[in-house]
Design a protein around this ligand. Sequence first.
Ligand SMILES: Nc1nc2c(c(=O)[nH]1)N[C@@H](CN(C=O)c1ccc(C(=O)N[C@@H](CCC(=O)O)C(=O)O)cc1)CN2
Ligand SMILES: NCC(=O)N[C@@H]1O[C@H](COP(=O)([O-])[O-])[C@@H](O)[C@H]1O
Length: 230
Amino acid sequence: MASATDSTSIQQQQQQQLPTIVVLISGSGSNLQALIDATQNTNQDSGSPSLKANIIGVISNRQKAYGLERAQKAGIPTETVSLKRFKDQGKSREDFDDAVATLITTKYQPDLVVLAGWMHILSPRFLAHFPRDNVMNLHPALPGQFDGAHAIDRAFEAFQQGTISETGIMVHKVIADVDRGQVILQQPVPILPSDTLSTLEDRIHLAEHDIIVRGAQAFLDELTGKQQQQ
Ligand SMILES: Nc1nc2c(c(=O)[nH]1)N[C@@H](CN(C=O)c1ccc(C(=O)N[C@@H](CCC(=O)O)C(=O)O)cc1)CN2
Ligand SMILES: NCC(=O)N[C@@H]1O[C@H](COP(=O)([O-])[O-])[C@@H](O)[C@H]1O
């Protein structure tokens, strides 16, 4: 019968064989939490999607991002790289992007980079570090609808003006053209006449916590060639 030590080493070996993810955040990290929970969700019957991967690092551009606490509680190494500090040193946004990308590719070398509320537009100098195009972003709008920041506010305003009847969310590959990369998964999210901005935000965030996990798994399967094996 396998001893506790044997089962631990088997578990460690299994963890070491899993694809790896680095997550970039700027704020609360509720989507990071969804990813963390999904990597620990071994019970297929729980209804929530599981993620067969290891989150090996979390990088924030803001020291006070609560997502850093979430990562630390999960035992995941964290880093903070402040754009303000770069600018205070007379450096450019591209220098900042270069530093973030170099940190990811030298210290972590992940299979996948996930932007989960990363609130900076990444320059081509960042993307040049990722020739495998293995960077994914979560965006709280449908393709081509409300690219960029504050998408939920803009969708709610458009609904109130009668120009849209619903909104949605997507995960997509990251290219220089903001929120215009190939869509990995997308999902409509209804807007109700009784909605306030807050109730719409809650509905969107709930849907995001599912799509970010399914999108990361789908993208990893594509990147690791798993789909071809099935
Ligand atoms: N090159 C790319 N960079 C980023 C992408 C992308 O698809 N291509 N996705 C965004 C995420 N994002 C929307 O999904 C987004 C985030 C932030 C902004 C933005 O205008 N940021 C401002 C600063 C805003 C702030 O600090 O509050 C800025 O960068 O000046 C646009 C889109 C991530 N990056
Ligand atoms: N344009 C990018 C953008 O708006 N991203 C949005 O930031 C939030 C992060 O929440 P979280 O910190 O709780 O995961 C999410 O709603 C995500 O869609």
